[in-house]
Design a protein. Structure first.
Length: 322
């Protein structure tokens, strides 16, 4: 669990405990927990926000049950929220929506038009890798490698789980972009520059806020976030007919089956590269071809200037001709 999440969980547990004067938290009942939830709903908190608080309390309750014999039952599971039964400890289904492929191109163009090059680069990386924002912002030049056996350019991605630590082939549409970022890293040694400074050492905070302002300008509400681009990529894989185990290896998802999840060594780099090229397609030709990157990375050829001849030299040259 990351430090930020630990701090949020601890804060939520302390706030709940403050509502129980004279009562030990291990003695709380499901009825008291439901009354607390009802109070949060009356205060205007969303079911999603309450669900996060309940997740913190369930986590703390598991700790109590392991250390306090008096902690019994599951008072924070199966509670009713405004729109139905709260989840019973399983991870809730995310409410974000995916962008359409055309909308991803619009986001990129708008970032460029606003002069936000780092955000535009981040959008392109996400659109062709499906990476999470923090994992992309944590990439360093050393994470860009060429596989010796296949010659495939790759990114070494590191996410929240064991499955999240993976090697992702670089789509042909962003090879020039990745090369530019590797050759011109930020001052602190990352592919994507960031001005974020916080105690959790998260580099994506400032760019995430910029993205929030950008998508709001384009008319997208809270259901669309940066993570929605990852959902777009997952949708592209599914609609192209990509096998789920290959898509999972690219996106860094756990495999639920025993055969692939426990025994398999994973799909080959060549298979992943093939499906990335086949599945990830966008309607904007500039977004696909990346003409801006091609022009920026193309070597400049110096052409010799034509030398002007004097009238006398022209007459001599004409006389010498057969």
């Amino acid at each position: 669990m990351k430090e930020r999440q630990r701090d949020l969980y601890a804060r939520d547990v302390r706030k709940f405990a403050a509502t129980l004067p004279g009562l030990q938290i291990e003695a709380v009942t499901k009825q008291q927990a439901q009354e607390w939830v009802n109070g949060l709903l009356r205060q205007g908190l969303t079911p999603k926000a309450i669900g996060r608080k309940l997740a913190a309390l369930r986590n703390y309750w598991r700790f109590l049950k392991a250390h306090e014999p008096s902690a019994e039952g599951e008072p924070f599971s199966g509670l009713w929220l405004r729109d139905g039964l709260a989840n019973s400890g399983k991870k809730p289904r995310r409410g974000e929506k995916e962008f359409t492929p055309d909308e991803v191109g619009r986001l990129w163009r708008t970032a460029l038009d606003r002069g936000e090059q780092s955000l535009a680069d981040l959008i392109r990386l996400a659109a062709f890798t499906g990476g999470r924002i923090e994992a992309l912002c944590a990439l360093r030049p050393k994470d860009v490698q060429t596989d010796q056996a296949s010659g495939i350019l790759t990114l070494s991605m590191a996410d929240k789980t064991e499955a999240g630590r993976r090697t992702v082939p670089v789509h042909s549409s962003i090879r020039a972009l990745v090369s530019r970022l590797r050759e011109n890293p930020s001052r602190d040694g990352y592919l994507i520059p960031s001005t974020a400074q916080n105690k959790y050492d998260e580099r994506s905070t400032a760019l995430g806020k910029k993205f929030g302002r950008l998508k709001t300008k384009l008319g997208f509400d809270g259901r669309w976030v940066f993570h929605s681009i990852r959902k777009t990529v997952a949708t592209l894989f599914e609609r192209s007919g990509c096998q789920e185990n290959i898509a999972a290896d690219i996106l860094g998802h756990e495999k639920p089956t025993m055969t692939y999840g426990l025994y398999s060594g994973g799909s080959s780099l060549e298979h992943r590269a093939d499906w990335i090229e086949r599945a990830i397609r966008y309607p904007d030709p500039d977004f696909m071809a990346d003409k801006h990157e091609q022009r920026a990375s193309a070597p400049k050829v110096r052409r010799p200037r034509a030398r002007k001849l004097s009238p006398a030299q022209v007459r001599v040259g004409s006389a010498a001709s057969p």
